[in-house]
Design a protein around this ligand. Sequence first.
Ligand SMILES: [Zn+2]
Length: 307
Amino acid sequence: MAVPGRCAPTGRFAPSPTGPLHFGSLIAAVGSYCLARRTGGRWLVRIEDLDAPREVPGAADDILRTLETLGLCWDGDVLRQSLRHEAYHEALGRLRDRGLLYDCACSRREILASAPHPGEEGPVYPGTCRSGLPAGRLPRAVRIRVPDRVVEFDDGVFGRCGQNLASAVGDFVLRRADGVFAYQLAVVVDDAASGVDQVVRGADLLGSTPRQIFLLESLGLPVPAYWHLPLALHADGSKISKRHGEGDDPLRHGGDLVRRALEWLGQELPGELRAAPSAELLAWGGAFFDAARIPKKTQIVVDSAGK
Ligand SMILES: [Zn+2]
């Protein structure tokens, strides 16, 4: 393994333990791994188990075992979001001290009723509780005030991207009515705490990035470089969310899975590696991965055979 130098990046893979690692999430794992390793960087793994009801028992350990089986070896300890509540609470306090937060009494149904035209990321919060809770209402969620300006960033795949937070999402939730900290908050707090400066993930999160940059800036934390990879979709447009058939079994077909992930990311493998085991393919990817070859598409349909 390369020794991290001063300029070497720190990347990460951050799966949710909602089932075993499948081809869709393997793309993000392989892409983030190769982009970190090709410049001698570190690669971390974080389990995003913030939302306990969605978690499948045993899935986190299963994902980690699969990564090890494939030769996707991470640096340091695995971070688990379920053990990070204190850090999220502290970040929320800092934002509150800056006057950026307010309590919101609105139910989802009320927001849908008052925002009939959805923004880019779903219903735009109309700002009902921005100047205080309506009389007789109790606080439910905690929201952050967003500025009416475009938050811009340079994506490693898609180039210059931007979003006006006020018109695309409105003031967004940082702690839900059920007390769970929002994904957007947890991600930025964890990335900063782990020194992650290279975020490589699926293009379904492209629209979350401006919110995360706004949170990082509001917390005085450094903004990482972003790379969004094309999502693997079924022909009906749904995201690949589980394994399909025996060909997806990483124990028996690890090399084939990693090769498919590298090819998905536009990489041209040397002929002699076409039947190589996964560790050999990853060693090649960690040395020769060419970011310029990643398809500039937010999604690609996997053919009917699931390949
Ligand atoms: Zn409200």
